[in-house]
Design a protein around this ligand. Sequence first.
Ligand code: KIV
Length: 277
Amino acid sequence: MAEGRMRPAELIRFKQSGRAITMLTAWDGLSAALVEEAGADVVLVGDSLAMVVLGHATTLPVTLEQMLHHSQAVCRGLSKPLAKQPLVVCDLPFLSYQCGLDRAVAAAGTILKESDAAAVKLEGGEPEVVAVVDRLVRMGIPVMGHLGLTPQAVHRLGYRRQGIDPRSQDKLHRQAQALQDAGCFSLVVEHVPSELAGRLRRNLSIPVIGIGAGADCDGQVSVTADLLGLTPSQPPFTPARMQGRELSITALKSWLKEQRDQGATPTTPPPQQASDC
Ligand code: KIV
């Protein structure tokens, strides 16, 4: 089905050749088409869509069914021939991979079976998560890891910068190594000091893709809605490239005003019919 499309392992070759990897999020056909046309290497159906488009306060409530629905829409929105399409990676949502290895395989397998996503991403580096990665990879499912600020752990870690003291940096480093050893083909590191991201980049053979982690990474990822200035509140590490929200509201207001200014033709009510009753 997805023959010819960029494979996850291609990202490792990008790292080896020093080609910067670009990844942008998409949540539906419209956003996927924009990201594809702009030329991103990877389209991430991130579970940030829980907050960006579903109106939740955290990423925790989004379900596997909803992620699948959005992954299918993103894949339908890609229009180039398959061989030229970006790699689509879909986030595994909270509780879809924490309740046993078999359930994790079923969740990840469903995403790959029922949408054209070619890989999944999951958060954390605890031994239980590493075991899930190991099992998924053995089952033929490519996995991208995610360390640092992991929004699914918001109630434990908050949305704070991670890896700020030597002890937590060493822990994060060990977890990254374990994820690589378990077979992850790449690793997102979110909101960590740039020195830590650089150390990871140098010591890992898989690409380190940063967000709020400085420039010393093998690639960068951004939440598209933040980049376009569409979200009401901006994360500190993603300055908007345009004021999308304001521009959209201005355009919509001007259309609404035009309609009201044109007015509508008054309609004379039809004469009352004589009624028997
Ligand atoms: O869900 C998401 O958008 C992500 C990115 C922040 C990497 O995981």
